[in-house]
Ligand binder design. Structure first.
Ligand code: ACO
Length: 424
């Protein structure tokens, strides 16, 4: 008998089955062989592992997050977003030569085809949400790079990965400039990744935009914190669409669409709207009561499917907030956020449900202090998460993963005969 296994007894027949536990999981094919008529019913994948992955380790009870084994705290302190993107994709930190080559590759792929901007992005309605524009523009890129369909060619895969990571900030900034009626700013390839993005966002008439180094660094740290988070909703979308062997632009667009939802990447936008609505410290208690009654909205930026003690990214982000506010001045909503956090963390409703601030509770306050409109928040999330999505996409293809195709428990009508419309 294997040391690690479970035994299941089917009480209908009295038959027992032993299934080995491998890497903390029991394989469904063994279950299916033993009990072909019994499904696992797991809406929302609460206890279902859909893949083996070597990208990111997450222990929600202990509040641990590691990319390829490296603690998020060390990466946030010592690395850069582009180095982290390399790490996620390649599995190891780059040598100096590899890093220089990688940065050069990304830097020289930042430009987008003129038709994407002129004909495609400028065709949107004047008040289009920049995240909607980004999702569509990423999908549209698949029509510009027909070689992207060669998903089984590693060289082609690498090329699309570089293109996607490099072009996301350009598309993101272009979407913003269009939505505020400002002319498009071309990438300045003499700048580093985050500083280049800030230049494309904010440059007006000056010959060269010099981002405040503290703000460029803070944004780079935020990019590191958001680069991957194992099998979250958008990564699952990426893997699901990728498993059908769609090209990476289409799969990334699907992932970005998932990220657009307020339960996922839209949460920091929801936090700012919530704090603005609360408006004053005096209204915090009443707001907490309305959350607890279930009649009001949820406490945005609180709670996480996996983290049940604290979100390690939220801790790091609080430090980043201090650095940013030193440059920009304190965000007036910060005091409301601090009071909300304090009230929630001492309230039995939140304690008993193990609800803590997640990464989005403070990220919106930082973005807002840096001058980003709330509509850009999910876009700012999508830029770095592209590295994580693509790491999972590449891993899934290397593993020759099966097409994602869950089963269901049918609870609809039994067979019945069609009734002609005149008889209904
Ligand atoms: N405010 C108030 N109550 C909450 C909250 C919240 N933010 N989150 C969960 N709860 C309560 C639920 O009402 C439920 O209570 P009940 O047992 O009395 O019915 C209990 O806690 C469990 O909640 P679920 O919805 O089952 O937890 P789940 O793991 O499915 O949801 C989620 C996780 C979606 C993140 C949820 O906590 C939430 O909606 N949070 C607010 C939105 C948010 O901040 N999203 C960002 C997530 S991080 C990210 O994507 C980067």
């Amino acid at each position: 008998m294997p040391a690690e296994s479970i035994t299941i007894t089917d009480n209908r027949t009295g038959d027992s089955f032993e299934i080995p536990i491998v890497n903390g999981g029991v394989a469904s094919d063994q279950w299916r062989k033993a009990l072909p008529d019994v499904m696992f019913h797991d809406p929302g994948f609460m206890a279902t592992s859909a893949c083996e992955s070597a990208v990111t380790f997450l222990d929600g009870d202990a509040g641990i997050l590691r990319y390829r084994g490296y603690p998020i705290e060390q990466l946030a302190e010592k690395s850069t977003y582009l180095e982290v993107a390399y790490l996620l994709l390649h599995g190891d930190l780059p040598t100096p030569e590899q890093y220089a080559g990688w940065v050069t590759d990304i830097t020289y792929h930042t430009f987008i085809h003129e038709n994407v901007r002129k004909r495609f992005l400028e065709g949107f309605h004047y008040d289009a949400h920049p995240m909607g524009m980004l999702v569509s523009a990423v999908a549209a890129l698949s029509t510009f790079y027909s070689d992207a369909k060669d998903i089984h060619d590693p060289a082609s895969r690498d090329k699309q990965i570089v293109r996607l990571i490099a072009k996301m900030p350009t598309l993101a900034a272009a979407a913003h400039r269009f939505s505020v009626g400002m002319p498009f700013v071309y990438p300045d390839n003499s700048l580093e990744f985050a500083a280049n993005f800030l230049s494309m966002m904010w440059k007006v008439a000056e010959p060269r935009f010099a981002a405040n180094p503290a703000l460029a660094h803070a944004l780079d740290v935020l990019f590191i914190l958001h680069a991957d988070h194992e099998q979250n909703c958008s990564t699952t979308a990426m893997r699901t669409v990728g498993s059908a062997h769609a090209d990476p632009y289409s799969a990334t667009a699907a992932a970005a669409a998932a990220l657009y939802g307020p339960r996922h990447g839209g949460a920091n936008e929801a936090v700012i709207r919530m704090l603005t609505e609360i408006g004053s410290l005096d209204n915090v208690s009443a707001f907490i009561e309305s959350v607890k009654s279930g009649k009001g909205s949820r406490l945005q930026g609180f709670g996480h499917r996996v983290y049940k003690s604290y979100d390690p990214r939220a801790r790091i982000i609080k430090q980043v907030a201090d650095e940013v506010f030193e440059v920009t001045g304190r965000n007036p909503l910060l005091d409301i956020a601090l009071k909300l956090e304090e009230a929630a963390l001492s309230d039995d409703y939140f304690i008993s449900r193990r609800l803590y601030p997640n990464v989005d509770f403070y990220s919106g306050l930082i973005y807002q202090a840096m001058g980003f409109p709330v509509e850009m928040f999910p876009v700012l999330f999508a830029i770095p998460r592209t590295a994580g999505w693509l790491s999972h996409w590449a891993e899934l293809l290397e593993d020759d993963a099966k097409i994602a195709r869950p089963r269901q428990l049918y609870v609809g009508a039994a067979e019945r005969d069609y009734v002609p419309i005149s008889d209904r």
